[in-house]
Design a protein around this ligand. Structure first.
Ligand code: ZN
Length: 701
């Protein structure tokens, strides 16, 4: 599976990446290519599509800028729902969203990716990426439409800090609430008040009540210290440190001293108020104010005056990168004239001020040359493309393989050997071409017409791939997909490939016959007793799963575990796996499943029935109706041995705290957590884990 290490699927992104910056970078690279795939080929894998949308939602929740515009998100959501997906929005939201007293402070700033039109035309590879010049052009039109004669205007340029946005509601010098971009109220009544008590509002005596938007930041210098002391050196950047501090349930007082707040905007009685231009002591206001500048442009002669903007932004960028003690990721450009601001107004629905835009610093880019394009059959039989380029070093990493994703992108790039390309690298390498890239004039690469593994002609289904169910790469991919979906750890793709070629693994169920092939495994080069035992143990360990997990692991198109979870609520497992084409309408009765999807699922089940029967000899299905006599929830502590013990006693353990929980078990000495607060409120008994051991008669700790 070449390139598999490069391709993190959306589910992985969603579950594994909690750093908002990293997630944003990933989605910036992946969103448009995936949307294109959806537009042209529909939903290939419903589960993937769901996680694609969830990733975008998560970005929004975390207060980052989604790479897709709202209409584009809606388009993707429609395609997903049409394919039988379940509604996404709301799944992620906490349910109790904060109410904004100062709604005009809320929202995001629309992005521009280029300054001048000239630059955009030269570099753009995403049609929806706009330039500042385009925006100013539309401002001019808007002003003319409103009977205002456009002329010279002043633009304010400000540092776009890369921290966490916070809106503070202040009354009589005290903070009433602190709301994050995801509309989460940090809860002033609790431990966060430690942080906010430190803020001194002297110098903010212009009003009794006001709203203040600010950015919570950790300086580069503080980040180093914080990461060493509190982050095990594992935090990636200052922003993730700020996230860690603000999201911590009960941050140590010392942790808070690493955090700084940067005031950005003040609203008094619905009107913007200038930020007091003085240092406010003591901590935690940032001791250093924004790098900013002003520049005039003539709306009637944009071509000429945009040069001045370009130069100023370049100067500011250099200053910021060289001298600023805090992380920044771009420049905010605002129109300063109050009259023009009021004409342009604000888009309340999208929470966007029409009089400002954010220019984001472009990601690091280096030139390289194409050596080859590797084409392989992936797990679902789909043909994938990986460009091999002359090695470039970026962020201390040597990059020479860049995944191109879909056939559509391969065709669009139309690369030939020795063509110059641009490699972008933030988290995952991305390849683009612009007009500065020299073409070699060589014959472009062509996509494969027959399968590299079995020789069968490739077909569109709807994506180009190998349809032969006996194709080696499809079988290997199917087994690999099964292991990952079943959470069988320790059976890597390389092992599956080797065992396949040795004739030991020919289908999924062969995983459960590895013990019979033990001697054969030992004969393979590089396989010792330890390795063979580990593989067998890894497989045998997962000996019982939920029925929907098993079905969702079979690699049936359009149907992952969530889909089967929904189906199994209506149709018993035993009935479902006996379905024939005549039963398709029964699936269509389930809300959200359309005929096409239903047919694919039934066909997939029929194809996999024999294999399922073989697997079921080794894997037990968890019965859904196991009755527990009580449920306990844990906070800040887990002990799996103890949980197994409880399970045997008919007591369910969970991490999710709801009103259905009968008892909360806390780490020794822990008296504060959001779960403990809720338990107190709901009158649910709380015990320390040591007390719980005694209470339930558990003695093996
Ligand atoms: Zn094939």
């Amino acid at each position: 599976m070449i390139g598999a290490d490069n391709i993190m699927r959306f589910k992985d992104l969603f579950e594994k990446i909690n750093n908002p910056v990293q997630l944003e970078a990933e989605m910036n690279n992946a969103a448009y290519p995936y949307l294109e795939e959806l537009r042209h080929h529909g939903v290939d894998n419903l589960e993937e599509c769901k996680y694609f949308l969830l990733c975008l939602d998560k970005l929004y929740q975390l207060g980052r800028i989604s790479p897709l515009r709202d209409p584009e998100y809606d388009e993707a959501l429609d395609i997903y729902l049409d394919a039988g997906g379940e509604m996404i929005r709301g799944d992620m939201s906490s349910g109790d969203k904060a109410v904004h007293v100062y709604p005009s402070l809320k929202g995001t700033i629309k992005k521009v990716h280029y300054i001048s039109e000239e630059e955009r035309k030269k570099r753009s590879n995403v049609p929806t990426h706009k330039s500042l010049e385009q925006w100013l052009q539309s401002v001019r039109t808007e002003l003319l439409d409103n009977g205002y004669k456009p002329g010279e205007i002043e633009l304010g340029l400000y540092t776009k800090y890369d921290g966490l946005s916070l809106i503070l509601e202040v009354e009589n010098g005290k903070i009433k609430s602190a709301i994050t971009r995801g509309d989460k109220d940090l809860g002033m009544g609790q431990n966060k008040s430690k942080l906010f008590r430190r803020i001194n509002f002297e110098g903010f005596d212009f009003a009794k009540k006001f709203g203040l938007k600010c950015e919570a930041l950790v300086s580069y210098e503080n980040f180093k210290k914080y990461n060493k002391k509190f982050g095990n050196g594992e935090l990636v950047d200052p922003r993730s440190a700020a996230t860690a501090i603000l999201n911590s349930d009960n941050p140590a007082l010392e942790e808070l001293t690493y955090l700084t707040l940067m005031p950005l905007m003040i609203i008094v009685d619905g009107v913007e108020y200038p930020i007091p231009n003085k240092h406010i002591d003591p901590f935690p206001w940032a001791e250093e104010f924004q790098y900013g500048a002003r520049v005039r442009v003539d709306l009637n002669h944009l071509k000429g005056s945009i040069v001045a903007v370009e130069e100023t932004i370049k100067f500011l960028t250099d200053e910021i990168k060289e001298h600023l003690a805090y992380p920044a990721d771009g420049i905010v450009i605002r129109i300063e004239d109050p009259e023009i601001k009021s004409i342009l107004g604000r888009n309340e629905a999208e929470c966007i001020n029409n009089w400002e835009r954010a220019y984001k610093f472009p990601p690091e880019t280096k030139k390289s040359k194409v050596v080859d394009i590797v084409q392989e059959i992936g797990s679902m039989g789909k043909l994938s493309f990986v460009a091999v380029v002359k090695p470039v070093t970026m962020k201390n990493k040597v990059i020479q393989r860049v995944s191109l994703g879909s056939l559509a992108r391969f065709m669009e790039l139309n690369l030939a050997p020795d063509d110059e390309v641009l490699v972008q690298y933030d988290i995952i390498p991305y390849l683009t071409v612009d007009s500065t890239c020299k073409r070699s004039g060589n014959k472009p690469f062509e996509y494969l017409k027959v399968c590299p593994d079995c020789g069968e002609p490739l077909m569109f289904f709807p994506e180009l791939g190998c349809m032969n169910p006996n194709c080696p790469s499809r079988i290997i991919g199917k087994i690999s997909n099964y292991c990952s979906k079943m959470n069988i750890y320790g059976v890597a793709d390389g092992i599956i490939t080797t065992l396949y070629h040795k004739g030991i693994l020919n289908r999924i169920s062969d995983l459960y016959k590895l013990e019979d092939n033990y001697e054969k495994m030992l004969e393979i080069e590089g396989f010792g007793k330890k390795k063979a035992n580990n593989i067998i143990e890894a497989v045998n360990k997962v000996d019982s799963v939920d029925p929907y997990t098993l079905l969702g692991s079979m690699g049936i198109q359009s149907a992952g575990r969530r889909m089967f979870q929904r189906i199994l609520k209506k149709i018993p497992f035993g009935d479902l796996i006996e379905f024939t084409v005549d039963d398709v309408p029964k699936l269509c009765n389930i809300e959200g499943i359309k005929f096409k999807t239903a047919r694919k699922i039934v066909e997939g089940l029929m194809e996999n029935r024999k294999e399922l029967e073989r697997i079921l000899k080794y894997v037990k299905l968890n019965s859904n109706d196991k009755k527990y006599k009580m449920t306990v929830c844990f906070t800040k502590v887990r002990n799996h041995k103890f949980e197994e013990f409880l399970d045997k006693m008919g007591i369910k353990s969970t991490d999710t705290f709801t009103k259905d929980v009968d008892m909360l078990i806390a780490a020794p000495g822990v008296t504060k957590s959001s779960k403990i607060d809720k338990a107190a409120k709901w009158g649910i008994p709380i015990m320390s884990i040591n007390e719980a051991y005694v209470h339930f008669g558990y003695s093996e700790y």
